[in-house]
Design a protein around this ligand. Structure first.
Ligand code: GLY
Length: 432
């Protein structure tokens, strides 16, 4: 059956999703709320309807007679967009508001992991700043302070000492730097090791794993500087032993899906446990209830199956019936960011060179816009993500950077070491 699809979101992740959906013979028409100049290549953007405007999205889905709504970002998921759509009789890809608590409440996730025996660091949850401050002074190990709720990736402070932990508690609980998200904090033992992202599709029963991928959060080379939404990614991590990968899939992802069903909050959509490979084995750092960004940009080019078939099957609880196959090629994505990002950044700079990349290289748009003169200009912190493939990560990396150098805008910055450690053995990498 040909399908009308409404895609919710406006980042490089949604550009990558729109690109793959457009290759499905089953796609009749794609709308994107609100979209960007990249998604506009594959469908009709509806810029006036934002991802967090739940009423607007339900009304738009009804107006365009969407057969399926695909929700990209976490905020509308946590706010219950999928529940609202289903109540209106519209099929949706993504978890319910209750299931999206896996990402939207760190305390919920910790409690689920404790009950299901899923490996993560020890933690305590606090609603009182004084008690939280007393705890970090006494606990005797380094901590990570996490605002319980969604904070656009900014609510987590990895602390080097007690003073930093106290400041993080003050910022979240007393100063409300992250609004209501910081009314409660989770304080966990800091872990050391190497991180990888474990994505899977699930309809609540069947789980189809994606290849592993790795993000690079800090803004500068060598993992220096403040955290960002992600400055680049690669897939696959060849340093990840097959046995460890299998254990994560079985003991984390599949066990979580079962635990969510047992808890009465069955999980459908993309589930993405962020993992740390510690000296004591793999541990969950956090869950995400949607595709990662920039991981999506390096994962979807490797998908050999029809993405619309998969989304449709997940939404209707029949994922077991469709193939989900991946290529063996490697992919590397490098994010180009606006000057100042992740702090305050400039916008409106013309972007040159996006048409000069190799034919098989993807430039996924994030913070971009078309100005009154019809030029492509910067309009956000993470501006675009250049993704190349190759037989190995080393080859893909060389091609990605070769193409990045053809694109320019005033003050552009990017990391020069994305995937540089992709071949480094795990045994040395888990040491501090
Ligand atoms: N890559 C991290 C995230 O999507 O949250």
């Amino acid at each position: 059956m040909a399908m009308n699809v409404l895609l919710v979101g406006s980042g490089a992740r949604e550009h990558a999703i729109a690109w793959r959906l457009s290759q499905s013979p089953r796609l009749a028409k794609l709308w994107i709320a609100s979209g960007n100049p990249g998604t506009a290549l594959f469908g009709e953007n509806v810029p006036e309807v934002r991802a967090t405007d739940l009423d607007g999205i339900v009304a738009l889905a009804q107006r365009v007679r969407a057969d399926l709504v695909v929700v990209g970002p976490e905020d509308p998921l946590a706010a219950g967009l999928v529940d609202r759509l289903e109540a209106a009789g519209i099929a949706a890809f993504g978890p319910s508001g209750a299931a999206a608590q896996l990402e939207a409440s760190k305390a919920f996730a910790k409690s689920l992991m404790r009950d299901a025996g899923i490996a993560t660091s020890s933690s305590m949850t606090f609603e009182d700043a004084e008690r939280a401050t007393a705890y970090v002074a006494d606990v005797g190990h380094l901590v990570v302070v996490k605002a319980d709720g969604l904070a656009a990736g900014k609510g987590v402070t990895v602390c080097d000492d007690v003073a930093q932990a106290e400041a993080a508690i003050d910022a979240a609980m007393r100063d409300r730097a992250f609004g209501a998200a910081g009314a409660r904090v989770v304080i966990e033992e800091r872990m050391f090791g190497r991180e990888t992202s474990a994505h899977a599709f699930t309809d609540g029963v069947t789980v189809r794993h994606m290849p592993f991928s790795c993000d690079h959060k800090p803004v500068f080379d060598g993992d220096h500087g403040p955290n960002t939404g992600g400055m680049g990614a690669y897939s696959p991590p060849s340093w990840l032993p097959d046995g460890v990968a299998d254990a994560i899939r079985r003991d984390v992802t599949e066990r979580t899906v079962r635990a969510m069903a047992d808890a009465g909050t069955p999980y459908r959509g993309v589930i993405y446990p962020g993992m740390m490979l510690t000296a004591d084995g793999p541990r969950v750092v956090e869950y995400n209830s949607r595709f990662g960004d920039p991981e999506t940009e390096v994962l979807l080019p490797r998908l050999r199956s029809d993405l619309l078939d998969i989304f449709d099957a997940v939404a209707h609880g029949r994922l077991a019936d469709v193939p989900v196959e991946w290529s063996d090629e490697a992919t590397v994505g490098v994010v180009m960011a606006a000057p100042g990002y992740p702090g305050p950044y400039a916008t409106g700079a013309p972007i040159e060179g996006v048409d000069d990349v190799d034919e098989d290289v993807q430039v996924f748009m994030a913070g971009t816009a078309t100005d009154a003169a019809g030029r492509l200009v910067t309009a956000g912190g993470r501006v675009l993500c250049v993704v190349a493939s190759g037989a190995t990560v080393v080859e893909a990396r060389e091609r990605a950077y070769d193409n990045v150098r053809r694109i320019s805008f005033e003050g552009a910055h990017y990391r020069t070491d994305i995937a540089a450690r992709a071949d480094e053995a795990l045994t040395t990498a888990v040491r501090r």
